[in-house]
Design a protein around this ligand. Structure first.
Ligand SMILES: Nc1nc2c(ncn2[C@@H]2O[C@H](COP(=O)(O)OP(=O)(O)OP(=O)(O)O)[C@@H](O)[C@H]2O)c(=O)[nH]1
Ligand SMILES: [Mg+2]
Length: 445
């Protein structure tokens, strides 16, 4: 591994950051600057300088050139930096050239995010996924640094060129490790699948929180479930999926899932390797997209989140579950902007279920629970089941597996249950008790 774990005992590394942009339309706003600063702090580095630089013509060798590069060289010396972060995508060649020129470690956005993930991963699954993402990233760099490796390593190969042999060997080694990790992750996936099926059998509905990093998912999760998941003003506070019981007043017990946050330009390797965790979200009965409506970047973030979800759904070949939006951090939104949001809410209400909420103050949380129940309840229908005293097992099953709203007795001793069934539940009932379905169950309007 080229990336060393960060030693928190050591004094923090001094890092200089450049956010390059080319066209005016891509010029980073304040939100992007503070997001990048947050990422670097999350890495435990001290910020020496951070600036957005217009790079009119990115050069293949260094990305930056001329005055920009000279100034960077000076600043790295002046601030005694031990690391430079280029908040963009660097080719392996550019990265290596910059490292040679500056005499310090240089990483790009993907490298930065991978480092943070590496620091944060706590569970076995998280660690496996980060490791996989790193290997895939390194493998993609290997291919393109062929000439570099060839020169650097030489060797006594007898098949093809010496570098080629080394490259092939490196690739094979990484591929073997990738294969191992994928198998381990497959085990994790299997365990999760079993747990998920258990939940399904118990008919516990699953609601998953998704959204941009720092939008407030974990804060909302804690508020809704009384859990104590770490919620912090820092990107990628959450890496591992957590599931807790969510008590809904009418529907009863459901499961709520907190997930890893998304970020713009999320490395594809990470999307790929976090599939196992996010599968939980993809198979949920309902997604809650938590948005930070107090952020200027909120609209862009929304687009990024929806893009990643779509990518995941395509990778897994599934349809996305129904989704509602939480407009979070409403407490930070000034009154005149709030009015605008309310107008938007009205304008979009036939296409979108959205609930303004403050996970911190609790405002809007009751309305959110109501909205969750309404959406989960859609597609339900009412049925009447007629039972005699010989139907003990049937009756027990109905109580166990469906929502029984009412029970009445007739003079003749017949019992009548009013059931509220989702399509799923109805399917299970039909499979389990086909005979009773025809003779003892009728639909009511
Ligand atoms: N003012 C205000 N702050 C909030 C609200 N919800 C969350 N926050 C703050 O926003 C920051 C991020 O919250 P988290 O709950 O950790 O966000 P997250 O979406 O779980 O972030 P990741 O796990 O990094 O993806 C924390 O400092 C929270 O206190 C809110 O409704 N109002
Ligand atoms: Mg979180």
């Amino acid at each position: 591994m080229t990336q060393k774990p960060i030693d928190l005992e050591q004094p923090p590394e001094m890092a200089g950051i450049i956010i390059p942009w080319t066209h005016v339309a891509d010029r980073p706003g304040d939100e992007r600057l503070s997001e990048t600063a947050g990422l670097v702090e999350a890495l435990g580095c001290e910020l020496a300088f951070l600036r957005a630089e217009q790079v009119r013509k990115p050069t293949p060798g260094y990305l930056l050139s001329g005055g920009l590069l000279d100034r960077l060289i000076m600043d790295v010396k002046g601030y005694d930096c031990s690391m430079v972060i280029i908040d963009a995508s660097l080719t392996p060649i550019q990265q290596r050239n910059l490292e040679t020129k500056l005499g310090v470690k240089v990483i790009d956005r993907t490298g930065l995010i991978l480092e943070i993930f590496g620091l944060r991963a706590r569970t076995k699954e998280g660690t496996l996924q980060v490791e996989l993402a790193r290997l895939l990233y390194e493998r993609s760099r290997l291919v393109r640094t062929w000439t570099h490796l060839e020169r650097q390593r030489g060797g006594r190969g007898f098949l093809g060129g010496p570098g080629e042999t080394q490259l092939e060997a490196d690739k094979r080694m990484i591929d073997r490790a990738v294969g191992r990790l994928r198998r381990d992750l497959e085990d994790v996936k299997r365990t999760r699948r079993v747990q998920r099926e258990g939940r399904k059998r118990r008919d516990s509905r699953v609601v998953a929180l998704v959204g941009y990093t720092n939008a407030g998912k974990s804060t909302l999760f804690n508020r809704l479930t009384g859990a104590d998941v770490m919620a912090k003003d820092m990107p990628f506070a959450t890496l591992d999926t957590t599931i807790r019981k969510l008590d809904l007043p009418v529907l009863g017990e459901a499961s709520l899932v907190d997930t890893v946050g998304f970020i713009s330009d999320l490395p594809t390797h990470l999307v790929d390797s976090f599939r196992a965790t996010l599968e939980e979200a993809l198979e949920a009965d309902l997604l809650i997209h938590v948005r930070d409506r107090s952020s200027d970047a909120d609209e862009d973030q929304k687009r990024d989140v929806l893009d990643v979800l779509q990518q995941l759904a395509e990778l897994e070949r599934v349809e996305l579950p129904p989704m509602i939006e939480v407009w979070n951090k409403i407490d930070l939104v000034p009154d005149f902007v709030r009015d605008g949001l309310m107008a938007e809410l009205e304008r979009t209400q036939d296409r979108l279920v959205a609930v303004p909420v403050s996970a911190i103050t609790g405002e809007g949380v009751d309305e959110l629970i109501q909205a969750i129940e309404d959406v989960l309840d859609q597609g339900r229908a009412r049925f009447q089941a007629h039972l005699t005293n010989k139907d003990g097992a049937f009756r027990a099953w109905l109580y166990e597996n469906t929502q029984v709203e009412d029970e009445t007795y007739s003079d003749t001793g017949e019992v009548s249950l009013t059931l509220s069934l989702t399509k799923d539940e109805f399917g299970r009932l039909a499979a389990r008790f086909p005979k009773q379905l025809n003779t003892q169950i009728e639909k009511v309007d």
